[in-house]
Design a protein around this ligand. Sequence first.
Ligand SMILES: [Zn+2]
Length: 341
Amino acid sequence: MLLTTSVGSLPKPDYLLAARGQARKGQITAAQLKELEERATREWIAKQEELGIDIIVDGEQYRGDMVAYFAEQLGGFKTSELVRSYGNRYYRKPIITGAITRPRPVTLEWWKFAQALTDRPVKGMLTGPYTIMDWSFNEYYPSRKAATLAIAKVVREEARDLEAAGAQYIQIDEPAISTRPEEMDLAIEALGIVTRGLRAKTITHICYGDFQAIGDKLERLPVDQIDLEFANRDFELLEFFKAKGKKFTKDVGLGVVDVHTHAIEPVEQAAANLRKALKVFGPDRIYVDPDCGLKTRSVDEAIDKLRVCVEAAKIVRAELGNGASKAPASRRRIAGAKRGK
Ligand SMILES: [Zn+2]
C-alpha cells in the first residue's frame, strides 16, 4: 500500500546538459552522447533504489520534449521552423505530413536497458495519442480526430511491445487533456485503443486544469490509475473526489510535492496531506509521487523531493499498520479509565 513512484522525467545532470549542447553543434558523436545518457540513467536508477522508491522510472535522460521525442522516431512527421511556446521559449513543433507509422519501437530499448539495472518494476513511459496530436501541426489527416486515432494505433504497438518485454506498469501521459475539455471524448477513445487488452497496470498523468469541465469524465479514462497534481493546489482536488464518494473506483497517483517550487516540502506536511487523502481513497488505491515530471528542478531538488515522498509514505504506512492493532487496546484503556472514575 502507498507505493511510491515518479511521474516520469527527472532532471539531467550538468554533464549531460553540456553534452546535449555539444551534440547539437556536432562537437561529439551520437554514440558519445548515448554513453552519457546511459550513465545518467544508471545513476538515477541507483538513486531511486537507494531512496526506496517502489516503482522506478528511467528518468527520460535521452528525451527532450515529450512529443518531439516520439514524432522524431515515428514515420509521417516532419519538424517545423522554430515556434514560440510559453513566454520566450522557442521550440520546433512536429508537423504531420504523411500517414503515421512506427518503423521501429520508440522506447523499448531504453526500457529494457533500465529494467536490466534493477529488480524493481520500471514503468513504460509513453506520450498519449491525443497529446501528440494536439502539440503537432496536422497537414495530412482530414480532422484532429483522424490524426489522433492514427497515432493511437502506433502508440498501442509500442505499449504491446513493452508489455511483451515484461513491463508491469505502462503510463500513457495525456497532459493536453486538461487544456481542451471539449475534446475529452476523443482523448478517451484514443487512449482506449492504446490500453485495450493490456494486462499491465495502465496509468495516465493529467496536469492540473479545468476539473470542473473534465472531472465527470475522469472515471471513463480507460486506465487503471489516474495520476494527478494535488500538492500544487494545496489538495483542493480532494474535495472533488470526496464529492464523488464511492463512484470513483480507479487507483490514484497522488502528487504530494509541488514540482514548480524550489522549496522542499517538510515531510510532515506531505504526511499530513496523505492522511487527508486516506479519508477519500483506500491505502491500496493510492500511489505516492511528485505532482508532475521533475525535469525542471535541479538534480538535488529532485532527489530531496523524492525523498519527501518516500519518507511521508513510510510514516503513514507505519501508522496504518499500528493503527489497526492499536484500536482495540485504546478502547480498553478508555473503558478502564471510565471504571476508575
Ligand atoms: Zn503534470
